[in-house]
Design a protein around this ligand. Sequence first.
Ligand SMILES: [Zn+2]
Length: 260
Amino acid sequence: MATTATKLGAIHHKILDLLKATPTGLTIYEIRDQIADLDVQQHLDKRVRELRYTHKVPLRRIGGKAVYVYEGEREEGLSDGGHISSALRAKLLHAAHGKCQMCGRTIADDDIKLEIDHKIPRNWGGLTVEENLWAICGLCNGGKRDFFATFNDDEMTRILAKDSVYERIAETLRIYEGSPTPAWLLQFVANADDFQEDWQKRLRELRYPVIGYEIAASRRKNPAGKWEAAYTLREWKPLPENHKFLIKEFERVNRKARSN
Ligand SMILES: [Zn+2]
């Protein structure tokens, strides 16, 4: 996914023009309404997501609506071979306020050094973009690397390329079924194509009886010896093709039952 940088076509430019013309952002439906081509309409989500390789087009929640907002071109492209500019490095270190973003230990109190790390590694398709980078201590970075080495790179690349956030989370949980999967990994996997994804809500939805995942909140000791939030998959069945529809339907019926 990352190594094959997307070439922008006419449709991408059309979407960019629409977003640039509306600084307050557009929902996916509003964008769809302004695009006549039926075939494009069907794959619109994907086309919008492809823009993120070259542009900052985050999905933001504004006034109760999820809207795509145009925030400019990416300075750090994908063809950078994973190189992180010194300006970006400085920005990320500044944003961390001297604190490991994984274990919370600080430079001031714990004599740690911070390292800039790809949240989703490049060999799983992770991008060298601000949203996929964080500042963590050497211990956490080493522990994360060891933990990730137990995963199959091809399998993770396949999971992360999936369109459905539910499939990405579900398949990641299934890798260590019965054992805790760190919350941060689920968050990264959820955010793989939308850096604003509400991953905790997605987890709750997987637990709906129509989907049937039994996911227990648990804990896991991280390499720095600190307990971190984790989730353990206890029961699952294959996700139905129409899982998004089933989740929406379940919510609709429940809302109706509550209001009666
Ligand atoms: Zn740490």
